[in-house]
Design a protein around this ligand. Structure first.
Ligand code: FAD
Length: 495
């Protein structure tokens, strides 16, 4: 076999996937049917949890240097502010939304991938594939029309909403197309108030959202009412964009110099299983939803981070394929389901029609968002800090009910610590006081555990943290045998 993993598609998710595998020393090829990277700004927000995960990859500093921090989101009804949600209180080293166009995100991820010695093979399309128990055989078409047959141990479909891999697997992409039209405009806006925040305006005619891209450049999204016909709406004109800003927005602002104008419809779809044998679906290939909340690309990059360390441990022969690889679909499908539902709910509320319903909605929103705990919960949800895997088959036993963070939860990040999973091989971290028992564990599992123990979250607690920063097992000191059993189950030699 010429490589262990073939990644189809070099959007943000494929790039992150290939980079994580390469960083962990897995041989990977990444093919992309388009001749060039996108020049479209599409996904604008990189959320806190993605930045935390990218920190393990070594990418976050370059992203921070290239992006713009939005520290709050506002919701207005006319001139009345219904909600002001601050991200600053979220317990993360990155308590903000990093605004950066997807074209730039892809550029930075590709540079990072190149730095790991992997080049994207452009104008190379995955045509078809067939998997058996030991390999996947794929057919690639090159720019000159020639075809190449390649074998890999695993195939990962990061090939977007119209995924060839998903079609090849014959799995359903269940869901709906929403019955409303949307317009998108990347424009320069003069005199935008609260210009550094994300601003959402609920209006009788529909919703308008304005996201900062740079000091003068903004993304405007607005719903254009009930869909008429089966085709997506035409791209808006600048006159329409200005009219929407005048009618629904803060007033007194002027849109100029369009960079991208587009009409679109929202699809809400998801596959049930993200894996069939040796083939995985990651990112938009597995789930697409409303851009409300800006979670699409973030969810995809986090899918990639979830799968990469598991696949690396299997490729290196450190761990058996199960239960590690089986957990990818269980964990990420549950997250995808939640993201889809939440984005759908937010969109439905935002485009609610009828004066009475809208008045009631506005009153309830003003009331509910008056409570700080509600705003804090919303901020944690938006920044994706609250994502976890409470029902994962990888969650170990232990006194989880007494010890927080619990199994399946994100391990809080402590300033100044190197991120778990940031090394050249994916390793679990032990957080506890060092003693003879921990020394025995470190000696027994040198390829699965980091060489040093980390500080515990409480004096008598014992945590095992996964290479993606989620808690595998939370218990008390003295129960080191639970860690031993856990790691033995994962180790190849014990399967
Ligand atoms: C108008 C618009 C606005 C959006 N706004 C937001 C936002 O604000 N926030 C957010 O999070 N998300 C947003 N999204 C969604 C976001 O763009 C996607 O979630 C993101 O691009 C998904 O990345 P991906 O890598 O999974 O798929 P894609 O970006 O679609 O990349 C897939 C790649 O695979 C390639 N490919 C396809 N088939 C093959 C094949 N057979 N062989 C080889 N290569 C192949 C494609 O050419 C493509 O480059 C928006 C999307 C659109 C269209």
């Amino acid at each position: 076999m010429t490589m262990e993993v073939l990644v189809a598609g070099a959007g943000p998710v494929g790039l992150a996937m290939a980079a994580e595998l390469a960083r962990y020393g897995v041989s990977v090829r990444i093919v992309e049917k388009a001749a060039q990277r996108t020049d479209k700004s599409k996904a604008l927000v990189v959320w806190s949890r993605t930045l935390e995960l990218m920190d393990r990859m070594g990418c976050t500093p370059t992203f921070l240097a290239a992006g713009r921090k939005a520290t709050a989101a506002n919701m207005f009804a006319g001139s009345k502010r219904l909600a002001h949600i601050e991200f600053g209180g979220v317990d993360t080293p990155y308590p903000f939304a990093l605004m950066i166009p997807q074209s730039e995100t892809e550029h930075l991820l590709e540079q990072h991938l190149n730095g790991l010695g992997v080049q994207v093979e452009r104008s190379v399309e995955l045509l078809q594939f067939a998997g058996d128990a030991s390999r996947v055989t794929s057919t690639l078409r090159h720019a000159d029309g020639s075809e190449e047959t390649v074998e890999s141990a695993w195939l990962i479909g990061c090939d977007g909403a119209h995924s060839t891999v998903r079609h090849g697997l014959g799995v359903g992409f269940e869901g709906d197309t929403m019955t409303s039209d949307w317009i998108l405009a990347d424009v320069h806006v003069e005199d935008m108030p609260a210009a550094a925040d994300v601003n959402v305006f609920w209006h009788a005619d529909g919703v308008l959202a304005v996201f900062p891209i740079s000091e003068t450049r903004f993304r405007v999204i607005a719903d254009g009412g009930e869909s008429k016909g089966s085709q997506p709406p035409p791209d808006p004109t600048m006159e329409q964009v200005q009219q929407l800003l005048d009618d629904r927005g803060p007033g007194g602002v002027r849109a100029t110099d369009p960079i991208w104008l587009a009409g679109f419809r929202i699809n809400e779809r998801k596959v049930k299983d993200y894996r069939v044998g040796r083939v995985f679906l990651v990112g938009d290939a597995a789930h697409i939803h409303s851009p409300a909340g800006g979670q699409g690309m973030n969810t995809g990059i986090q899918d990639a981070c979830n799968l990469a360390w598991k696949l690396a441990l299997v490729c290196h022969g450190t761990c058996a394929p199960e239960p590690l690889l089986g957990s990818y679909s269980i964990e990420r499908s549950a997250v995808g389901e939640e993201v889809l539902k939440a984005a759908g709910r937010v969109t439905t509320i935002a485009i609610m029609r009828g004066e009475v319903k809208q008045t009631i909605r506005n009153h309830i929103a003003a009331l509910v968002f008056g409570f700080k705990p509600v705003r804090d919960e919303m901020a944690e949800m938006m920044t994706e800090i609250s994502i976890g895997y409470p029902d994962s088959p990888l969650n170990g036993p232990g006194n989880s009910e007494h010890e927080t963070p619990r199994a399946g939860e994100r391990a809080p990040i402590r300033v100044g610590e190197t991120p778990v999973g940031g090394g050249e091989r994916p390793r679990f971290a032990l957080c506890t006081e060092w003693d003879a028992k921990t020394a025995q564990l470190l000696a027994k599992f040198p390829t699965l555990l980091e060489a040093e123990v980390r500080r515990p979250y409480s004096d008598d607690g014992l945590w095992l943290i996964r290479p993606d920063g989620y808690v595998a097992l939370a218990t008390r000191r003295g129960e080191e045998d639970l860690v031993e059993e856990y790691l033995e189950k994962l180790s190849l030699s014990n399967n």
